[in-house]
Design a protein around this ligand. Structure first.
Ligand code: NDP
Ligand code: MG
Length: 387
């Protein structure tokens, strides 16, 4: 067989770097079609040259000339602006990694699904905002949607795909984040530097803040409900501080199947690259004797209101998950820039959900419109709170 063509949306991020690491170990097996970034021209150009990509694109139009300069004479075509990312996604790669952070990844990820090939999905915000549209597009175009998020990848590995009615419960594990044992009053003063210090995983800043509020686990609950045909009330969250069990599936006979491993995103990424086979990786397995023990506890929805907010938004459906996601993106950005406190994040999300209640979106453009309006409402909520 010839080389497999691959595209990485969000190539300069944490997931993008792990994906490039796997691909660059066996360059003869992959033909890199397109790589994208937001503004990180230097890293994007470097990765494009190393992998001899055909096309490189930045989302920020203002970075276009700099990217063209950086790749002048390389034979690599360049593009800039949100349409250039959609163009990258439409180039027909066999396998596309969707690893843009936030709702900004929705349009290119949809474009990749419409190509009818394989999409490895890390961009959970896209699925939260437009899950029904995305899974429908995958079905309509015959695309294969493979979850990269470690929990969903674990569930995918344990799930009885031909008999989902055999599932009694899905247990989504959560590390609990850096503030797992902290009381709410102490959380109030937590800084961005403290919030992004995840105990087990090294990730981008946005998802690291989400892990501290447990919004990440809530977004993952919504993500899981879209990916696996199981009623929402059968999904449970269990706090497991070591992040060794990545998630579990309990079947009707009382068996519990789990996928375990060290926290290294190259494992689930490699699974999506090799699926339905497996590929060798440099990732080590587990030394159980050294590990000694695994701990579990119930999640605390009082200290972490994001858990209830997300479950309620998913149960209500319609526009709620898209509004929740947009408000959270605004709130996390404000927190990282020092314009909001840590506890304000879930407060802004709650207020936005209370103040904005549009009808359910039926198209991608309607989702994007709701996302844009929810951001305005969230900024308004932020202003009244800090004033
Ligand atoms: P990073 O912040 O490390 O990287 C984000 C990537 O998206 C970068 O390539 C960035 O480009 C690009 N990007 C950012 N904003 C935009 C925009 N507005 N338009 C287009 N591209 C943009 O994030 P992660 O790699 O940590 O996460 C990526 C996704 O994967 C997220 O949805 C996250 O929730 C999910 N995920 C991540 C995990 C992890 O371990 N990191 C685990 C599970 C899920 P630039 O570098 O130019 O800013
Ligand atoms: Mg995860």
């Amino acid at each position: 067989a010839g080389a497999r063509s691959v595209t990485i949306l969000g190539a300069t991020g944490s997931i993008g770097a792990s994906t490039l690491d796997l691909i660059e170990r066996e360059p003869e097996r992959y033909d890199v079609v397109a790589l994208t970034a937001h503004r990180n021209v230097a890293e994007l150009a470097d990765a494009a040259r190393r992998t001899r990509a055909r096309f490189a694109a930045v989302a920020d139009v203002a970075c276009g000339p700099e990217l063209a300069d950086a790749l002048a004479g390389s034979g690599i075509a360049t593009g800039a602006g949100p349409e250039a990312l959609v163009e990258a996604a439409r180039m027909g790669a066999d396998w596309t990694m969707a690893a843009i952070v936030g709702c900004a990844g929705l349009a290119p990820t949809m474009a990749a699904l419409e190509g009818g090939r394989t999409v490895a999905l890390a961009n959970k915000e896209a699925l939260v905002s437009a899950g029904a549209l995305m899974t429908a597009a995958a079905r309509a175009h015959g695309a294969t949607l493979l979850p990269v998020d470690s929990e969903h990848n674990a569930i995918f590995q344990c799930f009885p795909h031909d008999a989902p009615e055999r599932v009694r419960r899905i247990l989504l594990t959560a590390s609990g984040g850096p503030f797992r044992t902290m009381d709410r009053e102490a959380m109030r003063g937590m800084t961005p530097a403290q919030a992004v210090k995840h105990p087990n995983w090294s990730m981008g800043t946005k998802i690291s803040v989400d892990s501290a509020t447990l919004m990440n686990k809530g977004l993952e609950l919504i993500e899981a409900a879209h990916l696996f045909p199981v009623p929402l009330d059968r999904f449970e969250i269990v706090v497991h501080p070591q992040s060794v069990i990545h998630s579990m599936v309990e079947t009707i006979d009382g068996s519990v199947l789990a996928q375990l491993g060290l926290p290294d995103m190259r494992v689930p990424i490699s699974y999506t690259l090799a699926w339905p086979e497996r590929m060798a990786t440099p990732c080590t397995g587990l030394d159980f004797a050294a590990l000694g023990r695994l701990d579990f506890e119930a999640p605390d929805p009082v200290r972490f209101p994001a858990l209830t907010l997300t479950r309620d938004a998913m149960a209500a459906g319609g526009a709620k998950p898209a509004i929740l996601n947009a408000a959270n993106e605004v709130a996390v950005a404000a927190f990282l820039e020092g314009r909001a406190g840590f506890l304000d994040i879930t407060e802004i999300v709650l207020k936005t959900l209370e103040r904005y209640d549009p009808p359910a979106p039926g198209t991608l453009n309607e989702v994007l419109g709701i996302d844009a309006r929810a951001r305005e409402v969230a900024r308004g909520a932020l202003e009244t709170m800090v004033a």
